[in-house]
Design a protein. Structure first.
Lengths: 347, 178
């Protein structure tokens, strides 16, 4: 062991906060250094096996700066974001924990924020959440105690004032980099730019958008963002994803709340001989086009059940050209001893 | 009623102007309210508020009215009770994700705000999470107390312990009376 290092040195421990940074996380460092950031969404397993999480994270790790752990997105039940973050942080991954306001009230969420920060979560994405009617259990009681903006305000209070919403003091503050979501592709288009300003005023430091298949609408939104100088206050990461087929695209458009796919895009995929390959190419083209837009700080890849293509898409798009691909963190531990030790004894 | 609610958003400017004058009158009448007693007034005010705002805005009596900051479109009619703007699920026709037959409360809200004198400034205010402990109470009386800094909004006494010994005595006397 290096004698210069303190005896308690742990290579997996979080980095210290740089001056002016809210977290010690990689994502914040990449963004603040002005480099183009890539985040990707992990498709949460319907399983209690940690290997399912590690396997999916491994294929994303080389090309992305942080992995989003979704919180029952689309109101469908999956492994929780807290659970996924717990597994990923112990393997040294940088994660973005998503918190949706649909399922938990303010008491539960504030507790989760502290727990997450204690586990090493350094990025939190505050979401309203899809309505319960969209998911597999529409009988559920929708909570929505917070909305995404008041949730941002709450976590900002915890981090910057060191207290719960009630005013009760925290002994250690959660050092997290806070994000919010934007959807420039649904009405009211003319106010979406103002609305995101409100989230930034409430504490959002980075923004991840819904799937972008309509670049003109994104340009219109980014114009408003630049007009309000919001791109100087928060980092905008635009959501992209490969469409496996035109049929899936149509289904998403009609059934997933907030997804907007223009007809010409679907036609382009429909006409192709190999729809899957065309979907990937479309995604690559979109990334290249989006990365040229002034004020865009990165992309957020949501490749639902196609994680294995993310690597290829990012490399082909060339957005990482100035950066060396990172080695996946501690792969030996992830695939063998780490999750193996955690797996149920029966398996 | 849904149709009246949409009418109110279309007439957001007039309604807001009326309310601003009404609020001023309410605050000015504080000596009268104080004489009658805010506790006594609570129930009649709740009924009045529920009838008038219920008719105009489908008011849900959250007890902390923010209509002036939401373009006169009541955010408690949003199925997700969002108080800071639309979610990302708004349908292409501007209708609600959860109730497809209803226009999005926040698409309406932003339209109403654009019609109001100071709507577009006020809609930028970040609204905190709803205080469910005052749900059903009169928001009007609360505004008066807030403006006049009385009741729960009174500046807190510097020496809090002084009030403490008084409380058990009061309880004791009540006990005797009973």
């Amino acid at each position: 062991m290096n004698p210069d290092l303190p005896p308690h040195y742990d290579p997996g421990a979080p980095l210290p906060n740089l001056p002016g940074h809210s977290s010690g996380g990689r994502l914040e460092r990449i963004l603040r250094s002005g480099r183009f950031a890539v985040t990707a969404e992990l498709n949460p397993p319907d399983s209690a096996d940690p290997r399912d999480v590690y396997d999916r994270a491994l294929v994303l790790s080389e090309v992305c700066d942080a992995i989003n752990a979704t919180d029952a997105s689309g109101a469908n039940c999956h492994m929780s974001s807290v659970g996924i973050c717990s597994l990923l942080t112990r393997a040294g991954y940088a994660v973005i924990m998503q918190i949706s306001c649909r399922d938990r009230n303010r008491i539960a969420i504030q507790g989760d924020v502290l727990g997450a920060a204690a586990m090493g979560v350094q990025n939190i994405l505050c979401l309203t959440g899809d309505g319960v009617q969209a998911g597999d259990q529409p009988q559920a009681k929708p909570v929505f105690d917070f909305d995404s903006t008041s949730l941002l305000n709450c976590i900002t209070t915890m981090r910057d004032k060191g207290q719960f919403l009630s005013g009760r003091k925290l002994t250690t503050r959660p050092q997290v980099f806070l994000g919010a979501a934007a959807n420039p592709f649904v009405p009211p288009f003319e106010w979406r730019g103002d609305h995101i300003g409100k989230k930034i005023a409430a504490g959002a430091q980075f923004i991840q958008t819904q799937y972008c298949y309509d670049v003109p609408l994104l340009r219109q939104f980014m114009e408003k963002v630049r007009e309000n100088r919001l791109h100087e206050k928060a980092f905008f990461l635009v959501g992209v994803g490969p469409l496996p087929s035109a049929k899936t695209g149509r289904w998403m458009k009609n059934n997933v709340p907030g997804v907007h796919i223009p007809e010409p895009v679907l036609e382009r995929i429909e006409k192709a001989k190999d729809q899957k390959a065309e979907g990937k190419q479309l995604c690559i083209d979109l990334i290249q086009e989006i990365s040229e837009i002034d004020g865009v700080a990165g992309i957020h890849v949501m490749a639902y059940r196609q994680e294995e293509f993310v690597n290829e898409i990012i490399h082909a798009s060339g957005v990482m050209k100035n950066r060396k691909p990172r080695r996946a963190p501690r792969p030996a531990e992830q695939t063998q001893s780490g999750p193996g030790a955690l797996a149920p004894a029966a398996s | 009623m849904y149709a009246v609610r949409l009418w109110s958003v279309r007439h957001a400017r007039g309604l807001n102007r009326f309310y601003q004058a009404f609020e001023k009158a309410l605050v000015a009448l504080h000596p009268l309210w104080n004489r009658i007693g805010y506790d006594k007034l609570e129930q009649p005010f709740q009924k009045l508020e529920k009838a008038s705002k219920g008719f105009l805005f489908d008011c849900q009596m959250c007890g902390q009215c923010v209509l002036s900051s939401t373009g006169m479109s009541c955010p408690m009619n949003c199925p997700k009770t969002l108080r800071n703007g639309p979610c990302g699920g708004v349908r292409p026709n501007g209708h609600c994700e959860v109730k497809p037959e209803m226009k999005c409360v926040w698409v309406q809200g932003w339209q109403g705000a654009a019609r109001m004198d100071d709507g577009l400034e006020k809609i930028r205010n970040v609204q905190h999470a709803v205080d469910y402990s005052i749900k059903g109470k009169s928001a009007w009386l609360r505004v008066v107390r807030m403006t006049r800094k009385i009741g729960e909004f009174a500046p807190k006494p510097v020496k809090a312990p002084v009030a403490k010994p008084a409380a058990p005595k009061a309880q004791a006397s009540e006990g005797k009376a009973a």
